[in-house]
Design a binder for this molecule. Structure first.
Ligand SMILES: [Zn+2]
Length: 257
């Protein structure tokens, strides 16, 4: 399995990465992508990826950090993405779950990152963080002219009518432990609509531990297996076939072997 989205640099995991990776390995997680959320965080992610063969990283600015990051820092993101173990731009996007940061600040930062990507010769994929903002995210992606097939909508939590729009642009979709939660039937409905070649799995650890371990904090990459098992059952396929499929999708999308 590949945990396509985790945060090994966050304080809940950062001081015991050895242990977290050993446990992941035991659970059959052979590759991990640790996602940078600011330029500094992406540098820390790069350090981990340089140290451990099975870890790759991504570099972007998460919308929550929009007020702390200056546009002058964005060239640093482009430099980090050029690193051989950096597999993607991101995470980046728009989040309307909380009133802050203000919408226009999130839009400007996301747009500025899309501009960086448009003028970069690096053809790497882009990890999107999108919460309750599908129309606005798709609008900015469309205006950027970047092909929809380069994007993955990570930690997808929107209902079926929203996932249809995301699938229509050719994007990939990735699911966390939220899909295992009792109170998320609409996320399961969405997960059923994703074609076999467009679905991936992730933990988004240290957050969102899947059932049946939901009470365990922090979440760790090893629990991606629980999300895989849940999705396999939901999609009426065997766990081994589902793991093969999602691993192949992740390797193809992120160009890792
Ligand atoms: Zn994340």
């Amino acid at each position: 399995m590949i945990d396509t989205h985790c945060h090994l640099t966050f304080p809940q995991l950062a001081d015991r990465v050895d242990e977290v990776l050993a446990a992941a390995d035991q659970a059959g997680v052979e590759r991990l992508i640790t996602i940078g959320t600011t330029p500094d965080d992406a540098e820390a992610a790069r350090t981990i990826a340089e140290r451990y063969e099975q870890v790759y990283f991504a570099a972007g600015v998460h919308p929550h950090y929009a007020p702390e990051v200056s546009f002058r820092d964005l060239p640093r993101i482009a430099e980090l993405v050029a690193h051989p173990k950096c597999v993607a731009f991101g995470e980046m996007g728009i989040d309307y779950h909380y009133p802050d940061p203000p919408r226009h600040i999130q839009h400007d930062l996301f747009n500025a990152q899309l501009e960086v990507i448009r003028y970069s010769e690096l053809d790497k994929p882009i990890v999107i963080h999108c919460r309750k903002a599908v129309d606005d995210v798709l609008g900015l992606i469309d205006a950027s002219g970047i092909p929809g097939s380069r994007f993955v909508f990570h930690c997808f939590t929107e209902p079926p009518e929203e996932i249809r729009k995301v699938l229509a642009i050719g994007a990939m979709v990735s699911f966390t432990g939220i899909v295992t939660y009792k109170n998320a039937p609409e996320v399961r409905e969405s997960a059923l609509l994703v074609p076999d070649d467009r679905i991936m799995i992730e933990t988004d650890s240290p957050y969102l531990t899947p059932e049946p371990h939901r009470k365990i904090r922090p979440n760790e990459p090893r629990y991606v297996a629980d999300t895989a098992a849940h999705l396999a059952q939901l999609r009426e396929t065997s766990l081994s076939d589902f793991v093969k499929l999602t691993t192949a999708n992740a390797k193809r999308f992120y160009k890792i072997d």
